[in-house]
Design a protein around this ligand. Structure first.
Ligand code: UGA
Length: 433
């Protein structure tokens, strides 16, 4: 690899921050650019703007190699590479809103100099790099492939495990011309993970296919788990049984209240919308979206079986983040659970080890308490939505001691059912017959 390179990261969200810090760790000079000044202030003060295990230490380690800027064009002009890491949210009709990508690419196009490499890391619908990003870049007057290079390099890291995933990626996918792809691959020379060079549209589709496959596994697991609940079977045993089949494998078979987060819901919806727009309906993707929108109700059904009418009952809702080890509440299943319980007249007392403040921004009327004890005290039932270690470590006797009625509804298969039942808890879980 050449010596240290200058890299601009456009968009200091989960993907941008983690990607940038990993490049900085490998000796490059990284400048983060974002419209949100508070994110930049945090980074330059040595604070990470998101909760992600290992990220504060990584930032401390590489601080000398990073800078921040609010001027994308100037930062690009002074860089060798620009990574587009801006958001691609859903529009109201489920299609992907490429507004941030288009705006950032236009600004980058004003700053690119000869030899610059622009890399699309945001998750974008197939065809975006060539059909949207390159025209926006070229509006600045320079030509892709002649004056500068463009590649697509999707990211596969998971929130909550982002640093681990980014430091040891399971594959590097690059879409672009051989020249563009080689330039990007040189940035990853430190890892011996498999590297795949394809056309930009293929790289974009690989990302969509991966997330849709994974989301489909989760949705199908949930659907079969719901049958297990009704047929006296334990889905955990079934998942173990099918997971030994090398064609199926053991991962992403955890049943629960459904998937949340920034990626699965919007990416599956965008794939379904793409199918509709191409007159090739994605019936499976549509079904996964529909299945996931109602799966949380399975936890409410179990709750209803145990406590009857929830009106006037006190329900502890434990876990507000969409998964453990993150403070991200985007598309968290805690939201519809809280909303429906509240609408049905329950007194919902919410808790999360770290995502409480973020949840209050999406559910301003929620009652969020600071400790598990406060949530459990006097509750008629406890519903677990996030599989936090703090919850797994709860001593079963506490439910009996502290709650009005020791009823636990496990939305993520967080607990050992026999330990809770031995302690006298009425324990119900998704997929546990
Ligand atoms: C997902 C993908 O796993 C990453 O590879 C991808 O890079 C990322 O989206 C993205 O596109 O940016 P993430 O959303 O961070 O990562 O988290 P996951 O661990 O995949 O979990 C997603 C949701 O599925 C969570 O709500 C989780 O609780 C749920 N899930 C996951 C299950 O319900 N069961 C499982 O077995 C696995």
């Amino acid at each position: 690899m050449r010596g240290p390179l200058r890299i601009t990261i456009a968009g200091a969200g989960y993907v941008g921050v983690v990607t940038g810090l990993v490049f900085a760790r490998h000796g490059h000079h990284v400048t983060f650019v974002d419209l949100d000044a508070s994110r930049l202030e945090a980074l330059s003060a040595g604070r990470v703007p998101i909760h992600e295990p290992g990220l504060p230490d990584l930032l401390t380690e590489v601080r000398a190699n990073i800078a921040v800027s609010s001027n994308l064009k100037d930062s690009v002009s002074a860089s060798d590479f620009t990574f587009l890491c801006v958001g691609t949210p859903s529009s109201a009709d489920g299609t992907m809103d490429l507004g941030q990508v288009r705006a950032a690419a236009t600004e980058v196009g004003r700053g690119v100099k000869a030899g610059h490499v622009v890399v699309v890391k945001s998750t974008v619908i197939p065809g975006t790099t060539e059909g949207v990003v390159i025209p926006a870049l070229e509006a600045g007057g320079r030509k892709a492939g002649r004056d500068f290079e463009v590649a697509c390099n999707p990211e596969f890291l998971r929130e909550g495990a982002a640093v681990r995933d980014a430091l040891a990626p399971d594959r590097i996918v690059v879409g672009g011309s051989p020249k563009a792809a080689n330039a990007v691959l040189a940035l990853y020379s430190w890892t011996d993970s498999p590297k795949l060079v394809v056309a930009p549209g293929t790289a974009e589709m690989i990302k969509f296919a991966a997330n849709t496959f994974l989301a489909t596994r989760v949705a199908l697991s949930n659907e079969i788990a719901n049958l297990c609940t009704r047929t006296g079977v334990d889905w955990v045993d079934v998942a173990r049984g099918i997971g030994f089949d090398a064609r199926i494998g053991p991962q992403f078979l955890r049943a629960g209240v459904g998937f949340g987060g920034y990626c699965f819901p919007k990416d599956v919806m965008a794939l379904a919308a793409l199918g509709r727009s191409l007159s090739a309906p994605s019936l499976i993707a549509e079904a996964v979206v529909g299945n996931n929108q109602v799966q949380y109700r399975e936890a409410l059904r179990l709750l209803g079986e145990e406590v009857g009418e929830v009106k006037g009952k006190r329900v502890a809702l434990l876990g507000l983040a969409f998964k453990a080890d993150t403070d991200d509440v985007r598309e968290t299943r805690a939201y519809p659970l809280w909303r429906d319980l509240t609408a049905a007249g329950a007194h919902v007392v919410c808790h999360d080890p770290i995502a409480g403040p973020a949840f209050l921004r999406v559910a301003p009327g929620a009652r969020v308490v600071k400790s598990v004890g406060e949530a459990l005290a006097g509750a008629d039932a406890a519903l677990f939505q996030t599989e936090w270690e703090e919850y797994k470590a709860l001593e079963p006797a506490r439910f009996v001691r502290e709650m009005a009625r020791p009823i636990v509804i496990d939305g993520r298969r967080t607990f050992d059912s026999s330990a809770l039942r031995r302690a006298g808890v009425r324990y119900r879980a998704i997929g546990l017959g």
